[in-house]
Ligand binder design. Structure first.
Ligand code: PEP
Ligand code: MG
Length: 574
């Protein structure tokens, strides 16, 4: 499945799961329950992972091939009661940390099996090793060490979490090829932001490929070609040249505003994550940064001081001046695991301690970021927006802290922004439903459709199994967005969209018709979206939305919008 367009040709680097042997430490008696809870959570995550693999293998191999049996064995090993009891006993009675207790026992069993003469049983040691590897990864919150490369590479991995991505030497990365994943995972979003091709759901590639293999990655079609021939490379070169010529058509007007044929101007912003994107954003034609995801700078250096953060944010503000930069305060949790949070894995992280909940739960930590943002605001136009808002109190408390930080800094004589615009993300249905109540406390809203879709439809945005149900044009979504638009516009609060939906030109007629004031998209999509807006008529789009609201399925609404889009700008679908 292609998730970010473009073509790359390079050697692959296969990211393998690895871990160091855990050190045995003594824990305090009061830590026993937390340690065991962490153990149970890791078992649960490992179980889900194995079941998912089993399902994929069974689906892909012919019926009755028994290919899923190996994972049955892994589940039996994972859930073996006597093993689990032994681990628990060691933790409780000997006060040994759970990583070492589990690792030690599994290793003992592996060694015992390896010494057996029966070849079948001897082979089973590999199964124990596999389960041990998965468990250790979950116990450690999937944290991997920094990876650097000598040459340009295409990254091949089973899965790639945002924390893995920040640990890569991105200056050498030309593309991503992932076994699992979805278009809305943060790994895919990062690939789009960096303008790199990415293909997900390439099941089995980690077993087939080895670091150094030469491949061609096609992010348009969702293909990976091993050892491409000279003919194939030549064919791709011609295709790329054609695509570039076509892009020139709308790239030439990228710095002009996006105004519909009947005169409605929609601000087109870019989303950003890393300092190295500043030039790409500046050149993209973006009029502002509608969403700067600050988590990635944080994950690169969780220990950064207020001074270091203020310097990084100032570099962004300066680099993009005179554009407004809307920084989103940390949205840790979900698939963006913080090493600190990872110590206490949650069974359901997307519904857990995430976004503004983490920030408000660690006030000094939150204030460090707010103070740094206010300091950066002294050097250019800064907006601050809060993620994962579920109700009015979170916005008021956050705003209150922001005010407090401003006063403290001024009292210390530190230059701060005279004014920052404050916004809330609408990502949770409760916030969408009470947009009118939140409107009094904010200057703007930004709808995070990536999450609003997952929370409204109860569809995990990174779970392949339910990817078909992840439908941006579900009638419930259209109603929710329409509700937010009416409620906010009545109170004079502008609304943007910064989720991936904003960049889908098949949906631009709907979004224009719904009355969005701003669309913030990956830098590489800015020129395309501007081109689409210019060829639409806002009044016509409004009546299209009226028609859409009478339709009852996501497919019908998508068809209606796409049909209109293809009539207006067929060149974007070529
Ligand atoms: C969203 O949810 O749409 C959004 C923009 O935030 P993120 O993708 O970082 O969760
Ligand atoms: Mg979100």
């Amino acid at each position: 499945m292609p998730v970010s367009s473009g073509v790359a040709h390079a050697a692959v680097h296969v990211v393998r799961d690895h871990f160091d042997e855990p050190e045995e430490t003594t824990i305090g008696p009061q830590e026993v329950e937390t340690e065991l809870a962490r153990f149970r959570a890791a078992i649960e995550s490992t179980r889900c992972e194995i079941e998912e693999l089993k399902r994929i293998i069974e689906k892909e191999s012919s019926e009755g091939s028994g290919n899923g049996e190996i994972f049955e064995t892994h589940l039996l090993i994972l859930e073996d009661a006597s093993l689990l009891n032994q681990v628990e006993r060691r933790v409780r009675t000997e006060l040994v940390n759970v990583d070492a207790a589990y690792y030690g026992l599994m290793t003992k069993h592996m060694v015992a099996l390896r010494g057996l003469s029966d070849p079948y049983l001897r082979e089973r040691y590999l199964d124990i090793k596999d389960v041990r590897k998965r468990m250790m990864r979950h116990l450690r919150g999937e944290h991997r060490a920094e990876t650097t490369f000598e040459h340009e590479v295409i990254i091949v991995a089973h899965d790639l979490t945002p924390s893995d991505t920040v640990q890569l030497d991105r200056s050498k990365v030309l593309g991503f090829a992932i076994e699992t994943g979805s278009a809305n995972s943060h790994a895919a979003i990062i690939a789009k932001s960096l303008g790199l091709p990415a293909v997900v759901r390439l099941h089995g590639i980690c077993d087939v490929l080895h670091s150094g293999d030469s491949v061609l990655l096609d992010g348009h079609e969702g293909l990976m070609i091993l050892n491409p021939t000279a003919d194939t490379l030549a064919r791709y070169r011609i295709r790329e040249e054609q695509a570039e010529r076509q892009e020139d058509m709308f790239l030439s007007r990228r710095h002009e505003p996006a105004t519909t044929r009947d005169g409605k101007t929609i601000r087109i912003g870019a989303n950003g994550e890393f300092l190295e994107e500043l030039d790409i954003i500046k050149d993209s034609g973006a009029e502002e940064v509608g969403l700067f995801r600050t988590e990635f700078l944080y994950l690169e250096n969780p220990e950064a001081t207020e001074q270091m953060l203020a310097e990084a944010y100032t570099e962004i503000v300066w680099g993009l001046a005179p554009r407004l930069v809307v920084f989103r305060t940390l949205d840790l949790g979900g698939d963006k695991l913080d090493p600190l949070l990872a110590e206490e894995p949650e069974p359901n992280p997307f519904l857990g301690w995430r976004g503004i909940r983490v920030s408000l739960g660690r006030r000094e930590f939150f204030k460090r970021q707010l103070r740094a943002l206010l300091r950066a605001g002294a050097h250019g136009r800064v907006g601050v927006m809060f993620p994962m808002v579920s109700g009015v109190e979170e916005v008021r408390q956050s705003r209150e802290l922001l005010l407090q930080c401003g006063e403290e800094l001024r009292a210390q004589g530190v230059p701060v922004a005279d004014e920052v615009e404050v916004g809330a993300m609408i990502e949770i249905p409760s916030a969408a439903m009470i947009a009118d109540l939140i409107a009094g406390d904010v200057d703007f809203f930004s709808i995070g459709t990536n999450d609003l879709i997952q929370y409204s439809l109860a569809v995990d945005r990174v779970n392949e199994r339910v990817a078909d149900l992840y439908q941006p044009t579900h009638p419930a979504l259209i109603r929710l967005i329409a509700h937010v638009m009416n409620a906010s516009h009545e109170k004079g609060v502008p609304v943007g969209i910064c989720g991936e939906m904003a960049a889908d030109v098949a949906l631009t007629p709907l979004l224009v018709g719904l009355g969005l004031d701003e669309l913030s998209v990956a830098a590489g999509q800015v020129a395309r979206v501007k081109h689409a807006v210019r060829l639409l008529d806002a009044a016509e789009c409004k009546s299209l939305v009226r028609q859409a609201r009478a339709l009852s399925t996501a497919a019908e609404i998508l068809e209606l919008s796409r049909g209109h889009a293809m009539e207006r700008y067929p060149e974007l679908f070529a």
